[in-house]
Design a protein around this ligand. Structure first.
Ligand code: GLU
Length: 358
């Protein structure tokens, strides 16, 4: 089952047979991720006091422990991602009250890719309410690859959740706007509001992907044929491709996560970005579907809602407490950053942050 999903996801990302064979070998050794027992027991968690020294020293340890791990491989089905420096490794933790702890290449940026789906879903829930997101797009995991077409057919012609490509393109199409230019501007501004700064746009990644996104176009057409799109399907796919091409650093991800943790208010700018009542719904979908086909393993290990992207970013949120952003481009077989998961899981464990262990 797992192997089939792996094979399916790689093939559907347009990787040739030979590279599938090579990649399988490299990636099998990268299957570290969300496995293994917690090191800190549930009893110990209750004793941990989160002093500034302790937080910074756990981040430093995570950086030192995983910095030389070369497992995994940059995504290459989007050509511009293959050439990103795979050594980049930045870790940032931002608390709900805006204190920043960080180590490594925390200003180095990669394209946000799938993590953007969180913010577009947040925009839709903010504009149209929680029932709309649940009923029109869905909130269930597919158990299939992120760009699966079978998943659409199996779920009545709709996406199952806003974090697979189908659901993200659907979300994009439902953002209220008079045309696609305004829709893109609103989505971009919304991401900026979460980050507390104007995020740069990666033109190179955009050009690389927009000329190679026929599968996403096909997905949008299928959704449209089933009456699921709120605007022109191909225009929505282009806007979706743009949102994936926004650059973020681990610092940005930490801040974006802290905005959710701070009841939807950016701790830096103090701007209210999303209503407090919607935050738990977005975090719930992150918990069920944030790490592709490995979301269950991640939740089992850390208990935290998280979202990864094929650019190498990962954002984990400790509800009401903090956002943890890690950037490291090499991915495991599921498409999740290898060192990103290792560092975030280590920090969550050592600081006793698993919400289910409180
Ligand atoms: N833009 C990417 C795609 O549509 C995002 C995929 C991802 O990060 O999972 O294929």
């Amino acid at each position: 089952m797992e192997n089939r999903a792996h094979k399916h996801s790689l093939i559907s990302r347009g990787v040739g047979i030979l590279s599938v064979a090579c990649a399988s070998f490299i990636l099998m050794s990268a299957a570290v991720e969300a496995k293994g027992p917690l090191n800190v027991s549930a009893q110990e968690v209750k004793q941990i006091s989160l002093t500034e020294e302790r937080i910074q020293s756990v981040l430093n340890d995570a950086y030192a422990k995983f910095k030389d791990n070369q497992d995994g491989k940059n995504a290459d089905y989007i050509k511009a991602l293959a050439v990103v420096d795979s050594k980049i490794f930045g870790i940032t933790l931002v608390t709900a009250d805006g204190k920043v702890y960080e180590v490594g290449d925390t200003k180095e940026a990669v394209s946000i890719q799938s993590i953007s789906k969180v913010f577009t879903a947040a925009k839709v829930i903010q504009e149209k309410g929680d029932k709309f997101l649940q009923e029109k797009i869905g909130v269930n995991a597919t158990g299939l690859a992120f760009n699966s077409i079978i998943a659409i057919e199996q779920h009545g012609g709709s996406a199952s959740n806003p974090f697979v490509n189908a659901g993200a393109i659907q979300s994009t199409s439902w953002v209220e706007a008079k045309d696609s230019k305004e829709r893109w501007a609103k989505i971009k501004t919304y991401m900026d509001d979460f980050a507390g700064r104007k995020l740069p746009f990666n033109e190179e990644v955009y050009q690389s992907e927009v000329n190679d996104n026929k599968r996403n176009q096909a997905i949008s057409k299928l959704l449209d044929a089933n009456g699921r799109m709120g605007s022109d399907p191909l225009e929505a796919t282009t806007v979706y491709t743009k949102q994936c091409s926004v650059n973020i650093s681990s610092h940005d991800l930490g801040m974006m996560g802290a905005t959710f943790a701070n009841d939807g208010i950016n701790p830096l700018t103090k701007k209210k970005v999303i209503d407090e009542e919607y935050v738990p719904h977005i975090l719930a979908v992150m918990a069920t579907a944030g790490l592709y086909d490995n979301a269950g393993d991640w939740l089992y290990l850390t208990g935290t809602p998280a979202k990864s992207g094929v650019g190498g970013g990962i954002l984990a949120i400790v509800p009401g407490k903090m956002g943890i952003g890690v950037v490291s481009p090499p991915l495991d077989k599921y498409g999740n950053s290898v060192r990103g998961q290792q560092a975030a899981a280590y920090i969550i464990d050592k600081l006793g942050l698993n919400p289910f262990a409180q």
